[in-house]
Design a protein around this ligand. Structure first.
Ligand SMILES: [Zn+2]
Length: 164
C-alpha cells in the first residue's frame, strides 16, 4: 500500500478506454488561463474547453509570478497561445491570510518560511489589476496580445469579467 495506489488504479481504468486524440502540445484555442490551485475550480469545464484547447497555469491565488511569466513566454512563442485570461475566484484562501500569518502558522510547526513570498491577496481587485498590468507591460510578450481578467464565483459557477 502506498499513498498513491488509488491514483494508479484509477489510471489503469482510464487508460483502458483512452483514445489517442492526435492532439499536439499547442493550445488549439490559442488560450492560456492563469488560475488558482483551489480544488473547486474546473478550468476546462467552466470555460467550455476540452483537453488540447488551452494552457492552464495554476498556483495559490492565481498570481502572475516570475514563473507564470516565464511559462507564458514559452506558451506564446512555442505553443500557440495568443490570448491570456487571469482568473482568480471568490472565497480564495489567499485573500484570508497575510504572508505574516502564514509565517506564524508554519513557525508554530517548527518551520521557518520567511525566505518564501506567498503573494497573499489583501485586495483581490487590486491584485488582479496588478497582475494584468504585469502581463501587459512585460517586454517579453507581444504588446497587442489580448489579456483580460475575470473572477470565478465558486458558489454560482459564473465568471465576472474585470478586464482592466
Ligand atoms: Zn484560491
Amino acid at each position: 500500500m502506498t499513498a498513491f495506489d488509488d491514483l494508479y488504479a484509477a489510471n489503469a481504468k482510464y487508460a483502458e478506454t483512452f483514445g489517442e486524440s492526435g492532439l499536439t502540445g499547442r493550445a488549439a484555442r490559442g488560450l492560456a488561463v492563469v488560475t488558482c490551485m483551489d480544488s473547486r475550480i474546473d478550468p476546462l469545464g467552466l470555460l467550455g474547453l476540452q483537453p488540447g484547447d488551452a494552457k492552464i497555469l495554476r498556483n495559490a491565488g492565481a498570481r502572475v509570478t516570475d514563473d507564470v511569466l516565464r511559462t507564458l513566454v514559452l506558451a506564446v512563442y512555442l505553443l500557440g497561445v495568443e490570448r491570456v485570461l487571469v482568473m482568480p475566484h471568490t472565497d480564495c484562501g489567499m485573500t484570508k491570510v497575510t504572508d505574516a500569518d502564514v509565517h506564524d502558522l508554519t513557525s508554530a510547526r517548527g518551520v521557518d518560511t520567511r525566505s518564501l513570498e506567498f503573494h497573499t491577496v489583501p485586495d483581490q481587485g487590486e491584485a488582479l489589476r496588478h497582475d494584468l498590468t504585469r502581463i501587459r507591460t512585460t517586454p517579453f510578450l507581444p504588446d497587442d496580445m489580448p489579456v483580460t481578467g475575470a473572477i470565478y464565483d465558486v458558489r454560482t459557477g459564473r465568471l465576472t469579467p474585470v478586464g482592466d
